[in-house]
Design a protein around this ligand. Structure first.
Ligand SMILES: *Cc1c(COP(=O)(O)O)cnc(C)c1O
Length: 425
């Protein structure tokens, strides 16, 4: 079989940049991306036959690790009945019931095929419901590659140095109000200025596509209050945080009820799935009940639903979150005590199985502060970890993830790799 560099050469001939999603290209950290030929549990096996302990977890979805036997079994069973029907199917009903049971703010659900589709539909729905045009988003929050939301977005766009994509008409961008995260006064001022034009606010309640940032105390409640006061729709984009932080997402952890929620990643169990849901009164504006059009040939696909249902049930019926929290804390402590010991400036925000490492001596609360952290040091750290068998995200702007398939031995081994990499800087 071909090795990674041969495959990458072939890929570059036919696929722009050799990748089907830009962050995979290692542009930020430099070097050639490896190809993965298989993945099991917490381990990726590269086309060069190197085994890596995986902290990317397919960028979020793989909370049960790779190739989990229960999820495989569920897909195999669904496969016996066919791959797509184009009619309603029983899995969709079970999925909707499960999501509504596990996320308290959801009264109705629509399944789609990606997180991008979910946020795109959520803002259309907010606009259709309120009959207003403007959307507030925050610098560094990533909501997929939706035109209106790809302005000062985090993740890949930021990694490549263009937070604003080409190809988005100014007239459309003008309807997006972009504000710094964690500054409630800026949001209040925007509502003051455009009071009856703001359809909604969309945010990652814990921004996780510029590393990991936490909201200041009272910030999320403040956004909730402003939306209620001005009749705007509060949209929590929990594509990343939903079922990662707790079963009910950041909204449950923080005790805030958004009007709409977008989900993806984990709810697909490794297959392409997204969803939006929320208050029935708003959701009923979607076609065929209401005037806001949305559709999808493969939406609610039986294989994807079966994988997602299995993934969610594994979380519901286990103490996964307690175990993940313990492992997350262990990694945080290993890294932060080493930083202290060697006198290297660093911040390691962590919640449950999510964390990131910023090389800076001050806490990071917004995009500008994340951008100002030490990129060269991060890139060196990344490559040292990779050479020694731990794959962390190839950009300082991405979150790291632990899965239930990471066992104690694997985490101990990874902590040694992280600690040694820090010492070598
Ligand atoms: C990944 C992500 C998206 C986009 O999801 P895709 O499935 O990649 O389209 C949207 N919002 C957030 C918060 C994400 O992390």
């Amino acid at each position: 079989m071909s090795n990674s560099s041969d495959l990458f050469e072939r890929a570059k001939q036919l696929i722009p940049g050799g990748v089907n999603s830009p962050v995979r290209a290692f542009r930020s950290v430099g070097g050639t991306p490896f190809f993965t030929k298989k993945a099991n549990g917490a381990t990726l096996t590269t086309a060069d036959d190197q085994d890596l302990i995986d902290f990317v977890c397919t960028w979020g979805p793989a909370i049960h690790g790779h190739n989990h036997p229960v999820i495989r079994e569920a897909i195999a069973e669904a496969l016996n009945n066919g791959t797509s029907f184009g009619t309603p199917n029983p899995y969709e009903v079970e999925m909707a019931e499960l999501l509504v049971e596990m996320v308290p703010s959801l009264e109705k659900i629509r399944m789609v095929n990606s997180g991008t589709e979910a946020t795109m539909t959520a803002i259309r729905l907010a606009r259709g419901y309120t009959k207003r045009n403007k959307i507030i988003k925050f610098e560094g929050c990533y909501h997929g590659h939706v035109d209106s939301l790809l302005i000062k977005a985090g993740s890949g766009a930021l990694t490549l140095g263009n937070p604003d994509s080409a190809g988005i008409p100014e007239s459309l961008a003008a309807e997006t109000i972009v504000l710094p995260f964690n500054e409630l006064e800026a949001v209040a001022a925007a509502f003051e200025k455009y009071s009856d034009e703001i359809a909604g606010i969309i945010l990652e309640p814990y921004p996780a596509n510029i590393g990991l940032i936490f909201p200041k105390s009272g910030y999320l409640q403040g956004l909730r209050d402003l939306c209620t006061q001005f009749g705007s729709v509060l949209i929590f984009d929990e594509v990343m945080t939903g079922f990662r932080v707790t079963a009910g997402g950041v909204q449950t952890k923080e005790g805030i009820t958004p009007d709409l929620t977008t989900l993806g990643k984990i709810i697909g169990g490794g297959l392409p799935v997204g969803a939006l849901g929320g208050r029935a009164e708003i959701m009923n504006h979607l076609a065929p009940l209401g005037p806001v059009y949305q559709a999808g040939t493969l939406s609610g696909n039986p294989l994807a639903m079966a994988a997602g249902i299995a993934s969610l049930k594994l979380l519901r019926d286990s103490d996964a979150y307690n175990r993940l929290e313990k492992l997350g804390t262990q990694v945080k402590e290993a890294i932060s005590s080493t930083l202290y010991e060697i006198g290297l400036p660093g911040q390691i925000p962590q919640v449950g199985s999510m964390f990131c490492l910023y090389f800076t001596d001050t806490p990071v609360e917004n995009l500008d502060e994340a951008t100002a952290t030490d990129t060269d040091r991060f890139n060196k750290y990344f490559h040292t970890c990779l050479e020694n068998g731990a794959y962390i995200p190839p950009s300082k702007y991405e979150g790291n993830f632990i899965s239930t398939a990471h066992d104690q031995g694997g985490i101990d081994q990874a902590c040694d790799i992280f600690v040694n990499a820090l010492r070598s800087l």
